[in-house]
Design a protein around this ligand. Structure first.
Ligand code: WTA
Length: 638
């Protein structure tokens, strides 16, 4: 692709051009894609306007660029390599020609269910090629996909289905993760039992487990596609037409639907993939994320396919059948670029070096990390043991809302420093602000990370609630996009992300709002009130510490039973992934006289800081702090 950067000097020149003449910079990149009709303007609006729009007037379909454009020369090349959960089962591969045909066929099948341009389709699926096919088929016919991670509970799934008003849900009978099977269709049944919007449920057969197919709504994938043509022209979409909604947690309220669109998202996903991973034709690239998160959208499916790359997709987990699985797959498929999360690195590091050394990792060229800050110890292990000190690490900072990687090294081109994301991509202008909104211009500084200029794959809206989008991201610091993260900039201008400055907790690279977890906990029978905070966790990055007040009906029960009840409430409300690591029953929370919980104090208690609480004189009952500390000590020593 013409936007591929090949040296650090070229990177510097590109960054400068993106600042001096942003429209010309983005126009050149966008021109590398196929447009059905050319766009008439590069960008309209700015962060202070109600909307920023990119490539207006253009007609495009992201799948025409991810699939059709490769057919003349590369139809026989591998688009997807799929590695099943069970290593005894065989690998599946799909060429670009096959992926195109199956996407078209499934697109026609969706049309036969009445799905039209603009309709929403929810995908609640395991990591199989059908998930990629379903995503692409939606985009192909102009439907809006909303993938929900298949670990979320029926309640969480139902919230998302209803918010998006989805007409179709696509799922599987069961998912397979390590030695476990996960009932997916049963969860969809529970989530849609009272839904008025869902008209059909498509079920991929994976394990063959019996599932409830009686209702006329349900149809098996293989029955549905049978007989449909493999010809399905891409729907011409306006650049700003919706491509997908992906729900993510914020500091307040329920998870919000982040909206991305065909034009700008396509341009940035394709451009960032090519440069960050320094992908070369013929390379095998593997991102271990789940398609249920933004990383899977941008860097398993769209980014690689837009570049005609070979993208590996893995159904299972890093520790099944043993802690060598990732490395076995790298060796088996001669993986060149490997992209994972710090949590996975830390948990594999705990299994020692032997499972890594057992496999030939000489094909690796670039290692990537994403989702949470990587500590220096994990960074060194990744660099030395996995990369044999030969492979650069790209520590990629970005968010669901940014659509693509914002701050990161570009393969081996950029300077690299442990635990630092580094420099921004060309086109991206990060700044540090102080809490009053003043820009901190010097290096060697710390502040609130904001972005000073629009970029093509920026969030367009939060589905159904544009005010919420404006309030969360664009109003806190007028003229800027506010990330919610704190960051440092060193002497050389390299960025290091410190973590969230709002009430978002990052557990194993997954985002949860404290309010979201608290409202799930409050559904426990006998729970009156709760507050959750994070504390540093060796493997997960952050652990969840919950403080819960119970009423008199519950306090007679054994603590273990009560903790189980709280855990179950979170599993029901959100899913296992959001379960608190520690549950502490308390009689009072530290509140100010105006009734506000002082989370600062709870965080210190959870972090094991038991002495210096600073000024607690504004508390309604300063004595409650001692009790909190005593309770926490008991939990932590257990
Ligand atoms: C955090 C994931 C440090 C950050 C792509 C951000 C990171 C949130 C990094 C977004 C990184 C992501 N270093 N922290 N390289 N990458 N984060 O929306 O706090 O699931 O705001 O997107 O993850 O999480 P999200």
């Amino acid at each position: 692709m013409s936007f591929h950067i090949r040296s650090f000097e070229a990177y510097q020149a590109a960054w400068k051009k993106s600042q001096d003449s942003p429209d010309a910079f983005w126009r050149d990149i966008a021109d590398s894609f196929d447009w059905m009709e050319p766009f008439s303007s590069v960008k309209t609006g700015d962060f202070n306007a109600d909307h920023v729009r990119w490539f207006e007037g253009g007609k495009v379909n992201i799948t025409a660029n991810a699939l059709d454009r490769h057919l003349p020369n590369r139809a026989q090349e591998t688009a997807i390599i799929w590695e099943p959960n069970d290593p005894q089962e065989s690998t599946r591969t799909l060429t670009y020609g096959e992926l195109h045909a199956q996407t078209c066929q499934f697109g026609n099948a969706l049309k036969s269910l009445g799905i039209k341009k603009g309709d929403r389709v929810v995908l609640y699926m395991p990591m199989t090629p059908e998930l990629t096919i379903a995503v692409l088929a939606c985009a192909r016919i102009g439907a809006v996909h909303s993938v929900v991670f298949a670990g979320f509970s029926a309640q969480a799934l139902s919230d998302r289905i209803e918010d998006a008003q989805a007409k179709v849900v696509i799922t599987a009978d069961e998912g397979r993760r390590g030695a476990k099977t996960i009932p997916l269709k049963a969860t969809v049944d529970a989530a849609t039992a009272h839904s008025n919007c869902v008209k059909s449920v498509v079920v991929q057969k994976i394990t063959g487990a019996a599932c409830h197919m009686e209702s006329e709504k349900s149809v098996y994938w293989h029955d549905l596609v049978a007989g449909h043509s493999t010809v399905c022209p891409p729907e011409p979409m306006d650049s700003e037409d919706l491509l997908f909604i992906l729900y993510t947690s914020g500091s307040t309220g329920k998870p919000k639907g982040v909206v991305h669109v065909h034009g700008g998202y396509m341009v940035y996903a394709g451009y960032s993939f090519s440069n960050v991973f320094q992908y070369q034709p013929g390379d095998v690239y593997w991102c271990t994320a789940d398609v249920g998160w933004i990383t899977g959208h941008s860097y398993i499916i769209y980014g690689p396919l837009l570049n005609g790359a070979t993208s590996l997709m893995f159904e299972g987990i890093p520790t099944y059948p043993d802690a060598g699985r990732f490395w076995e797959i790298c060796a088996k498929h001669q993986v060149n670029q490997f992209y994972t999360a710090p949590t996975a690195i830390r948990s594999l590091m705990a299994s020692g070096t032997e499972p890594v050394l057992r496999h030939d990792l000489s094909s690796l060229k670039v290692l990537g990390t994403v989702g949470e800050p990587i500590n220096e110890e994990a960074w060194q292990w990744y660099h030395d043991t996995v990369g044999k000190k030969r492979c650069p690490i790209v520590d990629t900072w970005w968010q669901t809302e940014t659509g693509g990687i914002m701050i990161s090294g570009l393969g081996s081109l950029s300077p690299m420093k442990p635990a630092h994301a580094g420099y921004p991509l060309p086109g991206i202008h990060p700044v540090l602000l102080d809490p009053s909104g003043q820009e901190i211009t010097e290096n060697n500084a710390e502040g609130l990370l904001c972005i000073a200029q629009p970029w093509p794959s920026m969030i367009r809206t939060t589905y159904g609630d544009h005010e919420r989008c404006r309030n969360t991201y664009f109003r806190p610091f007028p003229g800027h996009y506010f990330t919610g993260d704190g960051a440092k900039r060193d002497e050389q201008g390299l960025y290091r992300i410190i973590g969230r400055v709002d009430d978002v907790i990052n557990v194993s690279g997954h985002r949860f709002g404290t309010a979201e977890i608290e409202s799930a906990i409050n559904e426990t029978s006998g729970a009156i009130e709760s507050a959750v905070v994070s504390y540093p966790h060796d493997i997960k990055g952050q652990g969840i510490h919950a403080f819960v007040i119970l009423d008199a009906t519950a306090t007679d029960m054994p603590a273990i039973q009560l903790q189980e009840a709280v855990r179950n409430a979170v599993i029901r409300g959100i899913g296992k992934i959001a379960c608190p690591d520690r549950i502490q029953f308390v009689t009072a929370l530290p509140k100010t006289r105006s009734g506000k919980i002082m989370r600062r104090i709870l965080r210190k208690v959870a972090e094991g800081e038991h002495e210096s609480f600073g000024d607690i004189s504004t508390l309604l009952d300063p004595g409650c702090v001692d009790l909190l500390v005593r309770g926490a000590k008991q939990l932590q020593t257990r």
